[in-house]
Design a protein around this ligand. Structure first.
Ligand SMILES: Nc1ncnc2c1ncn2[C@@H]1O[C@H](COP(=O)(O)OP(=O)(O)OP(=O)(O)O)[C@@H](O)[C@H]1O
Length: 341
């Protein structure tokens, strides 16, 4: 007797119909095709990171229109502002009206000494989203960042003098804490999403901290972006294209680092490093420290390390340099990294 065919995953409802209901559904369906293939959504639930703000409200609605019965919402209660309780209540209420499961986690997002409040909140948020997704059996979490956010991220990176990894801005898919995250809307204008919600009378939360000009991103959003938009109408698309070029170049550098580290060994042998150009040494060392130890040396630290590697020609010559909370030193013929001094 022939085995019964394996049931195929539920396919997306026509993206055209969903797009008619809400802009962004087509872009979401296209992203899903690129990342999930023609057979549709993954096995488990499709999780949407739902802050209650305009963008993630639009994403939740678009995902629900495309994949009815498959979507769940994940919400992180930051515990930082008094309004967070109200955000959670609104998120829960919206999910209840849509008939969607809503998973909430409270985090302590206070910044450690020397850490920016934005970095602390972001780190805590991704960790919580990944934990919630794992608990709910979701392989993917969708985030609602869009083209304006991508352009702002490039401007932020430029303002900080970032290298290629920073200029590459946000990828449309990445893995964090064992969970896959997707950003299907990096090509869409934020205003279009917000206008569509308002036109349809859909409520969303306006986070007051988005207007706080003490945060660099908000100063870029409210002061710099309008000036760019006035001078160059298509600046967002142009900056996003630059980010894509930077990301492509960074992938090549990662491949080169993998080739060079295969030759030097990991941790790298000093003599083998010295056989490379200074630029390739820098690239290989950055890659090794990031991949093996999750740390990124500053430009000044890297320059100092390269000088020490260059000068290390005799048996007794020591190497020692503080990087992040740890130290790079010489151990025989190789470098070594000790995480805490
Ligand atoms: N508290 C939260 N809980 C769950 N997901 C969140 C939360 N805050 C942000 N996100 C997710 O991360 C994305 C980027 O965060 P960001 O801070 O730029 O957005 P936001 O302005 O808070 O909210 P929105 O994008 O919904 O307008 C959001 O689009 C959303 O998908």
């Amino acid at each position: 007797m022939a085995a019964s065919p394996t049931p195929r995953p539920k396919r997306a409802r026509s993206a055209d119909a969903a797009e008619a209901a809400l802009p962004g559904a087509q872009a979401l369906a296209d992203w899903a095709l690129r990342h999930w293939g023609p057979d549709g959504v993954p096995e488990g639930p499709v999780a949407v990171a739902f802050s209650g703000g305009a963008d993630s409200t639009a994403l939740l609605l678009a995902a629900h229109a495309l994949w009815p019965g498959r979507v769940i919402a994940l919400h992180v209660h930051h515990g930082l502002q008094a309004a967070a309780d109200a955000f959670e209540a609104q998120v829960r209420e919206r999910c209840a009206r849509l008939g969607l499961a809503c998973h909430v986690r409270r985090v302590d997002a206070r910044a450690a000494p020397g850490q920016s409040p934005e970095d602390a909140a972001r780190g805590a948020r991704y960790a919580a989203l990944a934990a919630l997704a794992r608990e709910a059996g979701a392989d993917w979490v969708l985030l609602a960042q869009h083209l304006d956010d991508q352009a702002e991220t490039v401007l932020l990176a430029l303002s900080r003098g970032a290298g290629l990894p920073g200029l590459a801005a946000m990828p449309e898919a990445f893995v964090r804490e064992g969970v896959r995250f997707g950003r299907p809307w990096l090509g869409l204008r934020g205003q279009a999403l917000r206008d569509a919600l308002i036109e349809r009378g859909e409520a969303f939360v306006d986070d007051p901290s988005n207007a706080d000009l003490r945060f660099t991103r908000n100063r870029i959003r409210h002061r710099l972006s309008p000036a760019w938009a006035e001078a160059f109408e298509g600046y967002r698309e142009a900056l996003a294209r630059s980010a894509a070029h930077a990301a492509q170049a960074q992938r090549l550098l990662d491949e080169l680092a993998a080739i060079d580290l295969a030759a030097t060994g990991t941790p790298p042998r000093i003599a083998a490093l010295q056989a490379l150009s200074r630029e390739r040494q820098a690239n290989a060392l950055r890659h090794w420290l990031r991949q093996a130890h999750g740390v990124a040396p500053s430009a000044a630290q890297l320059a100092e390390l390269l000088d020490q590697v260059q000068a290390c020609r005799t048996r007794g010559h020591a190497i020692r340099l503080k990087v992040a909370a740890g130290v790079v030193c010489r151990e025989g013929a190789q470098l070594a990294y000790t995480p805490s001094i």
